[in-house]
Ligand binder design. Sequence first.
Ligand code: ADP
Ligand code: MG
Length: 314
Amino acid sequence: MTKNAIDIKGLTKIYKGQGGSEDKLALKGIDLEIPRGSMFGLLGPNGAGKSTTINILAGLVNKTDGTASIWGFDIDQNPRNARANIGIVPQELMFDAFFTPREMLEVQAGLYGVPKSERRTDELLKAVHLHDKADAYSRSLSGGMKRRLLVAKALVHNPPVLVLDEPTAGVDIELRQQLWDYVRELHARGTTVVLTTHYLEEAEELCDTIAIINHGEVVCCEPTGQLLKRIDEKEIVITVSDSLDAIPAPLARFKSSLRDSHHIGVQISQADANVGEVLAAVQAAGLTITDIATDETDLEDIFLQLTSSRDKVA
Ligand code: ADP
Ligand code: MG
């Protein structure tokens, strides 16, 4: 029995071009293992293939090739069990505007065969702060309320895995915080949470594991802390009292650049990090150091680094 909440292997999607337009290879055979109990971030720029991946899991998009299983159930061989174990909040805010939130949750519970005695409609509406809107027309809800209603809808059958596709789109900051508080609470109570985002801060702040996806390929997948450590380029900026018009010869063997006449930037990778060597070289050049500063590595740098190196290969 797999320990993963979701296992994806060789997942490929080609959207067939219509009316003479080109086919689109949206997923190029991705592999992804999402551990049970994790708070997992699928991070990537627009068009990377995040929603395609999620929508295949949701049964909304047919894959072209590869396999996917949810909680150990293959989506082709065991679609009912696969679907019973996942709740998905889609990126698009699509639902029937003539249902009230209460009706919507009841209908959804019916679709999943949840017996009336086990329904948690009121509890869910309270949890997403929509209890006072329980009987309002859904079309009168704001974007943020709709998003929260969709979260409640994804949870009616009490799935062990909750997937949120770009959950903060159109949600204002205060409500976003409420949404995250609730998602964190669900996670603390044992729900595996997967969220897609193109906001780096969001993934960095919330997720214990991050996969970066770009142009339909998984670029990396690892614990957030390890990802931060592994990606190594750090720049130190050395201020010298001397006035320079070129990089001094002893520094030529480092990746260095002259920022202005008094500042030298040197790229240091943690793998062969040796700030001492760099400083020795500066002194060997006969310069007087007045200050040293480093630019901290954050996910944004990592993201740019990974995606730009891929761009060059493609
Ligand atoms: P993301 O969610 O990461 O922004 P998507 O999975 O929505 O990315 O899209 C991946 C790629 O597939 C994009 O190039 C997008 O234009 C294309 N795509 C998505 N849906 C369709 C569709 N229904 N038909 C054709 N191309 C699509
Ligand atoms: Mg998307």
